[in-house]
Design a protein around this ligand. Structure first.
Ligand SMILES: Cc1ncc(COP(=O)(O)O)c(C=O)c1O
Length: 428
């Protein structure tokens, strides 16, 4: 793959998108890098979207894309799910905020507890906060200080383990274990047995390249963690969309605390952590509670009425357990179709994932670990991205695709054609 090919792809992209380019030149004066969400950026500049409809997006230069990114899983409902928009609009007609308890809060809590088998739940504004609070819950409950995390894991901007612990992470004592490596992980659990407060793990590395966790690994490691008195935190911020009760349920395990985010807010900011009553009740402030131990968790917008009202419609009406099961199966089918297209070409490109979340990799074989993901051919990866964009398909620059509910069969067929065509051109 010649470097010139990539330079040309970038410059063709810039030529096709003069308005986005112009926007970025201006935005960079006020926003470092021209944005406030690192994941959206790529060279030479990202597209600026002005509107969305169903599963399409329109950019500043008037190009219409099939949205295969689904806002990194937050956009599960697409861009115009009117049941959510109408419910939130109805609430907002009278108030943007009540500055106190609103009935939608307990309604959503009930829906979440019933759906995901939680005793109790608390809300936050983001998945990052949910994970920070879940870690706090474990630290307070155990009186210990170490947290086991996994190489390639992502739990938020300051809980970032793409290549080990990032230097800017929140200042916890982390033990970084290798994802899907049972022997080494068990060794680390035993070495840290007395100090381990919790392990936090995704059932599939999401940001880390859609690498699913083995069911046996999950079962063995959850049991080993509990044996040494550590609390198991499942990060299902992205993956709670899979199956009726989230992805760990499909792997046959239940965590002590599970964290949530993304699509449950229906496009509004959202996070939650929930699980065992004895752990969550550390937040109990009722007169019967042991108030000497109460963890204070204020949060001005934890129960904001837009997110709470949206969440009730998302879980109660739009993305019911039955819809979730069907969507997972649809994703599995689509990933197989992608693999069939890839097999027609001789390029080292593979697909990994589970259900409606997947990632294209410039690698001959689908990755099993974060190290495999790090070994991708970065030029080919970028050329794939530009090839799909040029053909009207929007995915993550790093290859991630997340199916939204409104994607039609016709749109998915167009995506497969675009991929086929891109690979054909790249193979020349
Ligand atoms: C698995 C996982 N956990 C946590 C987060 C952080 O969520 P948020 O961006 O809402 O803070 C993300 C975000 O991508 C995620 O993928």
């Amino acid at each position: 793959m010649a470097v010139d090919d990539l330079a040309k792809a970038r410059s063709d992209f810039a030529d096709r998108n003069p308005q986005s380019h112009k926007y970025f030149d201006e935005a960079r004066k006020y926003l470092p890098g021209g944005h406030t969400r690192t994941v959206l950026t790529h060279d030479p500049f990202p597209l600026v979207f002005v509107s969305g409809e169903g599963s399409t997006l329109t950019d500043l230069d008037d190009h219409v894309y099939i949205d295969m990114l689904g806002d990194y899983t937050a956009g599960l409902l697409g861009h115009s799910e009117h049941r959510v928009i109408d419910a939130v609009t109805a609430v907002l007609k009278t108030n943007a905020s009540v500055g106190g308890i609103h009935p939608a809060e307990a309604r959503l809590a009930k829906l979440m507890c019933e759906r995901f088998a939680l005793d109790r739940v608390r809300f936050t504004n983001s998945g990052t906060e949910a994970n920070l609070m879940a870690i706090t819950t474990a630290l307070q409950a155990t009186g210990r200080e170490r947290i086991m995390v996994f190489h390639g894991g992502y739990h938020g901007g300051i809980l970032y383990f793409a290549s080990g612990a990032a230097p800017w992470n929140a200042p916890y004592e982390f033990v970084v274990a290798p994802y899907n490596d049972e022997v080494e992980t068990l060794k680390l659990i035993n070495e840290n047995a007395d100090a381990l407060a919790a392990i936090i793990i995704e059932p599939m590395l999401g940001s880390g390249g859609c690498v699913p966790l083995g069911a046996e690994f999950a079962q063995t490691v959850f049991a080993a963690a509990r044996k040494v008195g550590a609390i198991v935190i499942a990060d299902e911020v992205m993956t709670s969309r899979h199956g009726a009760r989230g992805m760990f349920n499909l792997l046959g395990v239940q965590a002590d605390i599970t964290t949530f985010g993304k699509y449950i807010g229906g496009g509004f900011s959202f996070g939650a952590f929930g699980g065992r009553a004895d752990l969550l009740d550390q937040f109990d402030t009722s007169p019967e509670a042991n108030r000497d131990r109460t963890i204070s968790h204020a949060g001005t917008f934890n129960n904001n009425i837009s997110s709470m009202s949206a969440g009730c419609v998302v879980l109660g009406e739009v993305f019911t357990a039955d819809v979730a099961v069907a969507h997972t199966a649809r994703g599995e089918e689509f990933r197989k179709s992608v693999a069939t297209v890839l097999a027609r070409h001789k390029l080292p490109v593979s697909i990994s994932g589970f259900g409606s979340m997947m990632s294209l990799h410039a690698l001959a074989l689908a990755p099993q670990t974060a190290n495999d993901v790090a070994n991708r051919d970065s030029k080919l990866q970028e050329l794939l991205f530009f090839g799909l964009l040029e053909r009207g398909v929007y995915i993550a620059a790093r290859g991630m695709m997340n199916l939204s509910l409104p994607l039609t069969d016709d749109q998915l067929a167009k995506v497969l054609d675009a991929l086929d065509d891109t690979l054909k051109i790249l193979a020349r």
